[in-house]
Write a protein that binds this ligand. Structure first.
Ligand SMILES: Cc1cc2nc3c(=O)[nH]c(=O)nc-3n(C[C@H](O)[C@H](O)[C@H](O)COP(=O)(O)OP(=O)(O)OC[C@H]3O[C@@H](n4cnc5c(N)ncnc54)[C@H](O)[C@@H]3O)c2cc1C
Ligand code: SF4
Length: 338
Protein backbone atom coordinates (compact mmCIF):
# COMPACT_ATOMS: atom_id res chain seq x y z
CA UNK A 1 0.00 0.00 0.00
CA UNK A 2 1.33 3.44 -0.89
CA UNK A 3 1.18 6.69 1.06
CA UNK A 4 -1.49 9.14 0.00
CA UNK A 5 -3.20 12.31 1.19
CA UNK A 6 -6.85 12.16 2.17
CA UNK A 7 -9.30 15.03 1.80
CA UNK A 8 -13.06 15.42 1.90
CA UNK A 9 -14.95 17.34 -0.77
CA UNK A 10 -17.52 19.74 0.64
CA UNK A 11 -19.62 20.10 -2.52
CA UNK A 12 -19.44 19.24 -6.22
CA UNK A 13 -17.57 22.46 -7.09
CA UNK A 14 -15.01 21.71 -4.38
CA UNK A 15 -14.63 18.12 -5.65
CA UNK A 16 -13.94 19.43 -9.17
CA UNK A 17 -11.50 22.03 -7.83
CA UNK A 18 -9.60 19.40 -5.87
CA UNK A 19 -9.38 16.85 -8.68
CA UNK A 20 -8.40 19.51 -11.24
CA UNK A 21 -5.51 20.57 -9.00
CA UNK A 22 -3.89 17.10 -9.01
CA UNK A 23 -3.91 14.77 -12.04
CA UNK A 24 -2.74 11.90 -9.80
CA UNK A 25 -5.68 12.27 -7.38
CA UNK A 26 -8.70 9.96 -7.35
CA UNK A 27 -12.21 10.24 -6.02
CA UNK A 28 -13.24 7.62 -3.54
CA UNK A 29 -16.89 6.61 -3.13
CA UNK A 30 -17.67 3.12 -1.72
CA UNK A 31 -14.04 2.13 -2.16
CA UNK A 32 -14.97 -1.46 -3.07
CA UNK A 33 -12.86 -1.39 -6.23
CA UNK A 34 -10.37 1.40 -5.70
CA UNK A 35 -9.07 0.16 -2.34
CA UNK A 36 -8.50 -3.33 -3.76
CA UNK A 37 -6.58 -1.82 -6.67
CA UNK A 38 -4.47 0.25 -4.30
CA UNK A 39 -3.71 -2.77 -2.14
CA UNK A 40 -2.55 -4.63 -5.25
CA UNK A 41 -0.41 -1.64 -6.27
CA UNK A 42 -2.34 -1.26 -9.53
CA UNK A 43 -3.63 2.23 -8.68
CA UNK A 44 -1.27 4.66 -6.95
CA UNK A 45 -3.19 7.89 -6.32
CA UNK A 46 -1.29 10.61 -4.48
CA UNK A 47 -4.53 11.94 -3.02
CA UNK A 48 -7.93 10.43 -2.26
CA UNK A 49 -10.81 12.86 -2.47
CA UNK A 50 -13.65 11.47 -0.41
CA UNK A 51 -16.95 12.34 -2.11
CA UNK A 52 -19.22 10.25 0.10
CA UNK A 53 -20.71 13.30 1.87
CA UNK A 54 -21.79 15.09 -1.30
CA UNK A 55 -25.56 15.41 -1.70
CA UNK A 56 -25.74 12.97 -4.62
CA UNK A 57 -27.71 10.09 -3.14
CA UNK A 58 -31.24 10.90 -4.22
CA UNK A 59 -33.45 9.40 -6.91
CA UNK A 60 -35.70 12.08 -8.38
CA UNK A 61 -38.33 12.17 -11.12
CA UNK A 62 -37.42 14.32 -14.11
CA UNK A 63 -39.82 16.63 -15.91
CA UNK A 64 -40.05 14.34 -18.93
CA UNK A 65 -41.12 11.35 -16.82
CA UNK A 66 -37.70 9.75 -16.37
CA UNK A 67 -35.53 9.46 -13.25
CA UNK A 68 -32.32 11.12 -12.15
CA UNK A 69 -30.16 8.90 -9.95
CA UNK A 70 -27.49 10.60 -7.85
CA UNK A 71 -23.97 9.23 -8.44
CA UNK A 72 -23.66 8.29 -4.76
CA UNK A 73 -26.92 6.33 -4.55
CA UNK A 74 -25.79 2.95 -3.18
CA UNK A 75 -26.44 -0.04 -5.43
CA UNK A 76 -28.72 -1.65 -2.79
CA UNK A 77 -30.84 1.45 -2.25
CA UNK A 78 -31.25 1.81 -5.98
CA UNK A 79 -32.24 -1.80 -6.59
CA UNK A 80 -34.93 -1.64 -3.88
CA UNK A 81 -36.13 1.88 -4.66
CA UNK A 82 -39.89 1.67 -5.35
CA UNK A 83 -39.65 3.69 -8.58
CA UNK A 84 -36.86 1.48 -9.88
CA UNK A 85 -38.68 -1.71 -8.91
CA UNK A 86 -41.91 -0.56 -10.55
CA UNK A 87 -40.66 1.25 -13.64
CA UNK A 88 -37.15 -0.12 -14.32
CA UNK A 89 -37.19 -3.68 -12.93
CA UNK A 90 -34.53 -4.76 -15.45
CA UNK A 91 -32.12 -2.34 -13.78
CA UNK A 92 -33.04 -3.64 -10.30
CA UNK A 93 -32.52 -7.17 -11.54
CA UNK A 94 -29.10 -6.39 -13.04
CA UNK A 95 -27.89 -4.67 -9.87
CA UNK A 96 -29.01 -7.55 -7.69
CA UNK A 97 -27.21 -10.02 -9.93
CA UNK A 98 -23.90 -8.35 -9.01
CA UNK A 99 -21.49 -8.80 -6.11
CA UNK A 100 -22.95 -9.50 -2.64
CA UNK A 101 -25.40 -7.68 -0.39
CA UNK A 102 -22.55 -6.18 1.67
CA UNK A 103 -20.74 -4.93 -1.42
CA UNK A 104 -23.94 -3.53 -2.92
CA UNK A 105 -24.55 -1.62 0.32
CA UNK A 106 -21.19 0.15 -0.14
CA UNK A 107 -20.94 0.38 -3.94
CA UNK A 108 -22.15 3.61 -5.51
CA UNK A 109 -23.82 4.26 -8.86
CA UNK A 110 -20.88 6.33 -10.14
CA UNK A 111 -18.31 3.83 -8.83
CA UNK A 112 -20.09 0.97 -10.54
CA UNK A 113 -19.77 2.75 -13.91
CA UNK A 114 -16.07 3.35 -13.29
CA UNK A 115 -15.06 -0.02 -11.85
CA UNK A 116 -12.13 -1.51 -13.71
CA UNK A 117 -11.73 -4.79 -15.56
CA UNK A 118 -11.29 -8.11 -13.78
CA UNK A 119 -8.59 -9.30 -16.21
CA UNK A 120 -6.23 -11.35 -14.01
CA UNK A 121 -3.12 -9.79 -15.58
CA UNK A 122 -4.36 -6.27 -14.89
CA UNK A 123 -4.23 -7.12 -11.19
CA UNK A 124 -0.86 -8.91 -11.42
CA UNK A 125 1.83 -6.23 -11.48
CA UNK A 126 4.49 -8.84 -12.32
CA UNK A 127 3.01 -9.29 -15.83
CA UNK A 128 2.83 -6.99 -18.88
CA UNK A 129 -0.51 -5.21 -19.29
CA UNK A 130 -1.19 -2.33 -21.68
CA UNK A 131 -4.10 -1.12 -19.58
CA UNK A 132 -2.02 -0.90 -16.40
CA UNK A 133 1.26 0.09 -18.08
CA UNK A 134 0.73 1.39 -21.65
CA UNK A 135 3.15 -0.10 -24.15
CA UNK A 136 4.12 -3.09 -21.97
CA UNK A 137 2.07 -5.64 -23.95
CA UNK A 138 -1.04 -7.73 -23.33
CA UNK A 139 -0.50 -10.94 -21.37
CA UNK A 140 -4.04 -12.16 -21.97
CA UNK A 141 -3.95 -12.48 -25.76
CA UNK A 142 -1.64 -15.48 -25.63
CA UNK A 143 -2.29 -16.27 -21.97
CA UNK A 144 -5.28 -17.50 -20.03
CA UNK A 145 -8.17 -15.67 -21.63
CA UNK A 146 -11.29 -17.54 -20.56
CA UNK A 147 -13.08 -14.44 -19.21
CA UNK A 148 -11.99 -12.10 -21.99
CA UNK A 149 -13.68 -10.30 -24.85
CA UNK A 150 -15.22 -11.84 -27.95
CA UNK A 151 -16.33 -8.51 -29.43
CA UNK A 152 -14.69 -5.13 -30.00
CA UNK A 153 -11.24 -6.19 -28.74
CA UNK A 154 -7.98 -4.84 -30.14
CA UNK A 155 -4.41 -6.05 -30.49
CA UNK A 156 -3.60 -3.96 -27.43
CA UNK A 157 -6.27 -5.31 -25.04
CA UNK A 158 -8.99 -7.96 -24.89
CA UNK A 159 -10.39 -7.06 -21.45
CA UNK A 160 -14.11 -6.87 -20.66
CA UNK A 161 -16.07 -4.39 -18.57
CA UNK A 162 -17.31 -6.29 -15.52
CA UNK A 163 -20.43 -4.35 -14.51
CA UNK A 164 -23.94 -5.82 -14.48
CA UNK A 165 -25.69 -2.53 -13.80
CA UNK A 166 -24.10 -0.92 -16.87
CA UNK A 167 -25.55 -3.57 -19.18
CA UNK A 168 -29.08 -2.64 -18.13
CA UNK A 169 -28.24 1.09 -18.31
CA UNK A 170 -26.99 0.61 -21.86
CA UNK A 171 -30.21 -1.15 -22.87
CA UNK A 172 -32.29 1.58 -21.23
CA UNK A 173 -30.29 4.29 -23.05
CA UNK A 174 -29.40 6.18 -19.88
CA UNK A 175 -27.38 9.39 -19.83
CA UNK A 176 -24.41 10.12 -17.58
CA UNK A 177 -24.26 13.63 -16.10
CA UNK A 178 -20.79 14.92 -15.26
CA UNK A 179 -19.28 18.14 -13.96
CA UNK A 180 -15.79 19.52 -14.62
CA UNK A 181 -13.81 22.75 -14.68
CA UNK A 182 -15.66 23.90 -17.81
CA UNK A 183 -19.12 23.16 -16.45
CA UNK A 184 -21.61 20.33 -16.75
CA UNK A 185 -22.30 17.99 -19.64
CA UNK A 186 -24.31 14.85 -20.35
CA UNK A 187 -22.85 11.79 -22.07
CA UNK A 188 -25.06 9.22 -23.82
CA UNK A 189 -24.47 5.86 -22.17
CA UNK A 190 -23.31 4.34 -25.45
CA UNK A 191 -20.52 6.92 -25.56
CA UNK A 192 -19.47 6.69 -21.92
CA UNK A 193 -17.36 3.50 -22.00
CA UNK A 194 -14.75 3.05 -24.73
CA UNK A 195 -13.46 0.18 -26.81
CA UNK A 196 -9.77 -0.48 -26.11
CA UNK A 197 -8.31 0.44 -29.52
CA UNK A 198 -4.71 1.51 -28.99
CA UNK A 199 -5.49 3.35 -25.72
CA UNK A 200 -6.74 0.59 -23.42
CA UNK A 201 -5.61 2.54 -20.38
CA UNK A 202 -8.70 4.73 -20.92
CA UNK A 203 -11.87 2.91 -19.93
CA UNK A 204 -14.29 5.80 -20.42
CA UNK A 205 -14.71 9.22 -22.01
CA UNK A 206 -14.89 10.89 -18.60
CA UNK A 207 -12.03 13.39 -18.38
CA UNK A 208 -9.58 13.00 -15.51
CA UNK A 209 -10.79 16.28 -13.96
CA UNK A 210 -14.53 15.49 -14.12
CA UNK A 211 -16.90 13.94 -11.59
CA UNK A 212 -19.97 11.84 -12.36
CA UNK A 213 -22.91 13.56 -10.67
CA UNK A 214 -25.91 11.52 -11.85
CA UNK A 215 -27.31 8.91 -14.19
CA UNK A 216 -30.55 9.80 -15.95
CA UNK A 217 -33.08 7.23 -17.11
CA UNK A 218 -35.51 8.05 -19.93
CA UNK A 219 -39.24 7.44 -19.33
CA UNK A 220 -39.38 4.10 -21.21
CA UNK A 221 -38.50 1.41 -18.63
CA UNK A 222 -39.75 -1.75 -20.44
CA UNK A 223 -41.30 -2.87 -17.13
CA UNK A 224 -43.60 -5.47 -18.72
CA UNK A 225 -41.28 -7.41 -20.98
CA UNK A 226 -37.71 -7.61 -19.83
CA UNK A 227 -35.02 -9.95 -18.57
CA UNK A 228 -31.55 -9.63 -17.17
CA UNK A 229 -29.89 -12.99 -17.62
CA UNK A 230 -26.47 -13.48 -16.08
CA UNK A 231 -24.46 -16.60 -16.94
CA UNK A 232 -21.51 -17.24 -14.65
CA UNK A 233 -19.40 -19.97 -13.12
CA UNK A 234 -21.11 -19.79 -9.71
CA UNK A 235 -24.65 -18.71 -8.95
CA UNK A 236 -23.54 -15.94 -6.61
CA UNK A 237 -20.58 -13.66 -6.07
CA UNK A 238 -19.14 -14.15 -9.55
CA UNK A 239 -18.76 -11.82 -12.50
CA UNK A 240 -20.62 -12.57 -15.72
CA UNK A 241 -19.14 -14.81 -18.37
CA UNK A 242 -21.95 -13.46 -20.50
CA UNK A 243 -24.96 -11.40 -19.48
CA UNK A 244 -27.93 -10.21 -21.47
CA UNK A 245 -30.30 -7.31 -20.87
CA UNK A 246 -33.30 -7.89 -23.12
CA UNK A 247 -36.27 -5.54 -23.25
CA UNK A 248 -39.25 -5.59 -25.59
CA UNK A 249 -42.27 -3.43 -26.19
CA UNK A 250 -45.03 -5.57 -27.69
CA UNK A 251 -48.06 -4.28 -29.54
CA UNK A 252 -50.78 -6.34 -31.24
CA UNK A 253 -48.64 -9.48 -31.21
CA UNK A 254 -45.56 -7.81 -32.74
CA UNK A 255 -42.37 -6.29 -31.42
CA UNK A 256 -42.66 -2.51 -31.51
CA UNK A 257 -39.35 -1.74 -29.81
CA UNK A 258 -36.43 -3.97 -28.81
CA UNK A 259 -33.30 -3.42 -26.77
CA UNK A 260 -30.50 -5.91 -26.36
CA UNK A 261 -27.23 -5.37 -24.53
CA UNK A 262 -24.52 -7.89 -23.69
CA UNK A 263 -22.17 -7.86 -20.72
CA UNK A 264 -18.97 -9.83 -20.15
CA UNK A 265 -18.15 -9.90 -23.86
CA UNK A 266 -16.48 -6.55 -24.60
CA UNK A 267 -14.70 -3.53 -23.14
CA UNK A 268 -18.14 -1.88 -22.86
CA UNK A 269 -21.73 -3.09 -22.80
CA UNK A 270 -22.30 -4.36 -26.34
CA UNK A 271 -25.24 -3.24 -28.47
CA UNK A 272 -25.84 -3.40 -32.19
CA UNK A 273 -28.60 -1.37 -33.87
CA UNK A 274 -28.91 -4.00 -36.63
CA UNK A 275 -29.95 -6.71 -34.16
CA UNK A 276 -32.58 -4.49 -32.57
CA UNK A 277 -33.87 -3.25 -35.94
CA UNK A 278 -34.25 -6.85 -37.11
CA UNK A 279 -36.61 -7.56 -34.21
CA UNK A 280 -38.85 -4.55 -34.80
CA UNK A 281 -42.11 -5.44 -36.53
CA UNK A 282 -41.55 -9.20 -36.09
CA UNK A 283 -43.74 -11.57 -34.11
CA UNK A 284 -41.78 -12.76 -31.08
CA UNK A 285 -40.59 -16.17 -32.28
CA UNK A 286 -37.54 -18.43 -31.83
CA UNK A 287 -36.55 -17.76 -35.46
CA UNK A 288 -36.64 -13.98 -34.98
CA UNK A 289 -34.66 -14.28 -31.73
CA UNK A 290 -32.03 -16.54 -33.32
CA UNK A 291 -31.64 -14.09 -36.20
CA UNK A 292 -31.13 -11.20 -33.74
CA UNK A 293 -28.55 -13.26 -31.83
CA UNK A 294 -26.68 -14.04 -35.06
CA UNK A 295 -26.62 -10.35 -35.96
CA UNK A 296 -25.46 -9.28 -32.52
CA UNK A 297 -22.64 -11.83 -32.58
CA UNK A 298 -21.72 -11.59 -36.24
CA UNK A 299 -18.30 -10.10 -35.52
CA UNK A 300 -17.57 -12.28 -32.47
CA UNK A 301 -14.10 -13.79 -32.34
CA UNK A 302 -12.79 -16.12 -29.66
CA UNK A 303 -9.29 -16.66 -28.30
CA UNK A 304 -7.75 -19.90 -27.09
CA UNK A 305 -9.87 -20.32 -23.96
CA UNK A 306 -12.99 -18.26 -24.52
CA UNK A 307 -14.51 -19.34 -27.84
CA UNK A 308 -17.20 -21.15 -25.85
CA UNK A 309 -18.62 -17.73 -24.97
CA UNK A 310 -19.89 -17.21 -28.52
CA UNK A 311 -22.34 -20.12 -28.38
CA UNK A 312 -23.10 -19.34 -24.73
CA UNK A 313 -24.06 -15.80 -25.71
CA UNK A 314 -26.12 -17.01 -28.70
CA UNK A 315 -28.19 -19.34 -26.53
CA UNK A 316 -28.42 -16.75 -23.77
CA UNK A 317 -29.80 -14.12 -26.12
CA UNK A 318 -32.51 -16.45 -27.41
CA UNK A 319 -33.42 -17.48 -23.87
CA UNK A 320 -33.46 -13.90 -22.58
CA UNK A 321 -35.64 -12.70 -25.47
CA UNK A 322 -38.01 -15.64 -24.96
CA UNK A 323 -38.36 -14.82 -21.26
CA UNK A 324 -38.82 -11.13 -22.02
CA UNK A 325 -41.54 -11.89 -24.60
CA UNK A 326 -43.36 -14.15 -22.14
CA UNK A 327 -43.38 -11.35 -19.64
CA UNK A 328 -42.08 -13.70 -16.94
CA UNK A 329 -40.35 -11.40 -14.52
CA UNK A 330 -37.43 -13.76 -13.93
CA UNK A 331 -35.87 -10.88 -12.04
CA UNK A 332 -38.45 -11.09 -9.25
CA UNK A 333 -37.42 -14.59 -8.26
CA UNK A 334 -33.74 -13.88 -8.84
CA UNK A 335 -33.99 -11.05 -6.30
CA UNK A 336 -34.56 -13.61 -3.61
CA UNK A 337 -31.91 -16.12 -4.56
CA UNK A 338 -29.00 -14.03 -5.82
C1 LIG B 1 -15.70 -9.45 -4.64
C2 LIG B 1 -16.39 -8.50 -5.56
C3 LIG B 1 -17.37 -8.99 -6.41
C4 LIG B 1 -18.01 -8.11 -7.28
N1 LIG B 1 -18.97 -8.61 -8.14
C5 LIG B 1 -19.58 -7.76 -9.02
C6 LIG B 1 -20.53 -8.25 -9.95
O1 LIG B 1 -20.83 -9.44 -10.01
N2 LIG B 1 -21.09 -7.35 -10.80
C7 LIG B 1 -20.78 -6.02 -10.77
O2 LIG B 1 -21.34 -5.25 -11.55
N3 LIG B 1 -19.88 -5.55 -9.90
C8 LIG B 1 -19.27 -6.39 -9.04
N4 LIG B 1 -18.34 -5.90 -8.18
C9 LIG B 1 -17.86 -4.53 -8.34
C10 LIG B 1 -18.60 -3.51 -7.54
O3 LIG B 1 -19.89 -3.38 -8.06
C11 LIG B 1 -17.81 -2.23 -7.70
O4 LIG B 1 -16.59 -2.40 -6.98
C12 LIG B 1 -18.56 -1.04 -7.20
O5 LIG B 1 -19.72 -0.82 -7.96
C13 LIG B 1 -17.68 0.21 -7.26
O6 LIG B 1 -18.36 1.27 -6.60
P1 LIG B 1 -17.64 2.07 -5.43
O7 LIG B 1 -18.56 3.16 -5.05
O8 LIG B 1 -17.18 1.16 -4.36
O9 LIG B 1 -16.39 2.64 -6.25
P2 LIG B 1 -14.94 3.04 -5.73
O10 LIG B 1 -14.14 1.81 -5.49
O11 LIG B 1 -15.02 4.06 -4.66
O12 LIG B 1 -14.42 3.78 -7.05
C14 LIG B 1 -14.23 3.08 -8.25
C15 LIG B 1 -13.67 4.08 -9.28
O13 LIG B 1 -14.64 5.05 -9.60
C16 LIG B 1 -14.16 6.35 -9.34
N5 LIG B 1 -15.34 7.10 -8.89
C17 LIG B 1 -16.24 6.71 -7.96
N6 LIG B 1 -17.26 7.56 -7.92
C18 LIG B 1 -17.01 8.51 -8.86
C19 LIG B 1 -17.71 9.67 -9.30
N7 LIG B 1 -18.91 10.02 -8.79
N8 LIG B 1 -17.17 10.41 -10.28
C20 LIG B 1 -15.95 10.08 -10.82
N9 LIG B 1 -15.24 9.01 -10.42
C21 LIG B 1 -15.78 8.23 -9.46
C22 LIG B 1 -13.06 6.20 -8.33
O14 LIG B 1 -12.11 7.25 -8.43
C23 LIG B 1 -12.48 4.86 -8.76
O15 LIG B 1 -11.58 5.05 -9.82
C24 LIG B 1 -17.69 -6.73 -7.27
C25 LIG B 1 -16.72 -6.24 -6.39
C26 LIG B 1 -16.06 -7.12 -5.53
C27 LIG B 1 -15.02 -6.57 -4.61
S1 SF4 C 1 -6.50 -7.84 -21.72
FE1 SF4 C 1 -6.15 -5.67 -21.29
S2 SF4 C 1 -6.20 -5.62 -19.08
FE2 SF4 C 1 -5.79 -7.75 -19.65
S3 SF4 C 1 -3.56 -8.00 -19.84
FE3 SF4 C 1 -4.30 -7.43 -21.83
S4 SF4 C 1 -4.03 -5.21 -21.81
FE4 SF4 C 1 -4.05 -5.82 -19.69
Amino acid sequence: MINFHYARATDVADAVRQIAADPAAKFIAGGTNLIDLMKEDVERPTRLIDITRLPLKTVEETRDGGLRIGALAPNSDLAYHPLIEQRYPMLASAILAGASQQLRNMASTGGNLLQRTRCYYFYDTATPCNKRRPGSGCSAIKGHNRIHAILGASEACIATHPSDMCVALAALEAKVHVAGPSGERAIAFADFHRLPGDTPERDTNLQWNEIVTAVELPPQGFAKNYTYLKIRDRQSYAFALVSIAAALELKAGAIKEARLALGGVAHKPWRDPAAEAALRGQAPSPAAFRHAADLLLREAKGYEHNSFKIELARRGIVRALTQAAQGTPQSQSSKKVL
